[in-house]
Design a protein around this ligand. Structure first.
Ligand code: ACO
Length: 331
């Protein structure tokens, strides 16, 4: 990974702000989730725009030119347009990238780890030299602000990285372990978003569709339980198969969904607390952007250094999950 960057929109929403619109309290949100604030994008700031801002910075931090990018892939569950054009095409266009492949993937909160898996395969097959990966979410656009169990959890933001070819063993993505189980598809979903599940005969007029059906619905408690078990197993598996001890990890950067999940997984895998990166308190859950935003937080404050061995772990709707072991190679 040659660089990491992120973009945080400017509107800070506190738990107190939610107290004004739903029956909740700062105390409940803090105790159950660890979240204190999250940031929402402006109305005219789409998820691709958030992605462009992070991507621009990632390219300049990688020390390369826009023309050096061979492929753009974006992970998002809140794209500007549900079917086309993809956010990756919109991001490429605004960056000035032409005639290079660009596409989106849908893996919810596991999106960034899925992107790493794709980038690793493309690089190792010598297909491309520099791949721009972007996780970009405007989660506020799919939140039901009358559902107190979901609307307090999520935030907007974007993270981006440049993955470059290297012959140096200590600069590579060591391994990515991704998986999914569609059996649990109804744990987290947008039941009737204006996407391909729209029934042409009965719902021809899209203005008839209940707006709330486009919003995210979550079986929070069931998701919580399966998240802890899956994330911990996933980490233990990737460490064992690469013969790496948890003590060799410089930073553990899990998906930022809930502080209780992060702490529970940290305890099970036995990692020192000081190595666990936590940003859920500031940004809430920003889905595919959460891991790169967390990485950029420790990059910006000077903690993340070239050569650091990182362990990433994500879990999200689908259900999808994945982990990765990699060296950070940014300057
Ligand atoms: N304020 C006050 N009370 C609330 C709120 C709120 N914002 N939300 C729910 N409650 C109430 C409930 O109504 C319930 O009340 P009751 O006991 O009278 O019925 C009570 O609090 C407990 O509700 P639970 O849902 O059991 O609370 P829980 O401790 O499970 O916390 C939470 C809910 C925070 C959603 C948790 O389940 C969670 O974090 N789940 C996992 C989320 C996750 O990891 N998602 C995956 C990634 S996201 C993605 O892929 C898009």
């Amino acid at each position: 990974m040659k660089s990491i960057a992120s973009y945080v929109p400017k509107n800070c929403i506190t738990n107190k702000d939610f107290e004004r619109i739903i029956d909740t309290s700062d105390e409940w949100i803090t105790k159950r989730t660890g979240i204190k604030t999250r940031y929402f994008a402006d109305n005219n700031e789409d998820s691709s725009e958030l992605g462009v801002k992070a991507a621009n910075l990632a390219i300049s931090r990688a020390g390369i030119k826009v023309d050096d990018i061979d492929l753009v892939i974006c992970a998002t569950l809140s794209p500007d347009y549900l079917s086309m054009p993809s956010n990756a095409c919109l991001i490429s266009n605004r960056l000035g990238i032409e005639n290079k492949p660009a596409f989106d993937i849908a893996a919810a909160c596991s999106g960034f780890v899925y992107l790493l898996s794709l980038a690793k395969s493309f690089i190792e097959s010598n297909a491309y030299n520099n791949i721009l990966i972007v996780g970009a979410e405007k989660f506020s656009s799919i939140l039901d602000f009358s559902d107190r169990s979901t609307c307090i959890l999520f935030g907007d933001g974007a993270g981006a990285a440049v993955i470059g070819a290297t012959n140096n063993e200590n600069e590579r993505i060591i391994d990515v372990n991704i998986s999914a189980n569609g059996k649990y598809n109804d744990f987290l979903m947008t039941p009737r978003s204006l996407g391909s599940n729209l029934n042409f005969s009965s719902e021809f007029d899209v203005s008839n569709i209940q707006a709330t059906q486009s919003y995210v619905k979550m079986k929070g408690n069931e998701t919580f339980k399966i998240a802890v078990k899956t994330l911990a197993n996933d980490v233990e598996e990737i460490l064992a198969r690469n013969n790496i001890n948890i003590n060799d990890i410089k930073y553990f950067i899990p998906h930022q969904a809930n502080l209780r999940i992060i702490n529970a997984v940290g305890d099970i895998i036995g990692i020192d607390n000081s190595k666990v990166v936590v940003t859920v308190n500031k940004y809430g859950n920003t889905s595919s952007a959460s891991i790169p935003m967390a990485m950029d937080d420790i990059y910006k404050d000077g903690r993340l250094k070239k050569g650091d061995l990182l362990l990433l772990d994500a879990f999200g709707g689908g259900l999808t999950w994945g982990s990765s072991l990699l060296y950070f190679n940014g300057e």
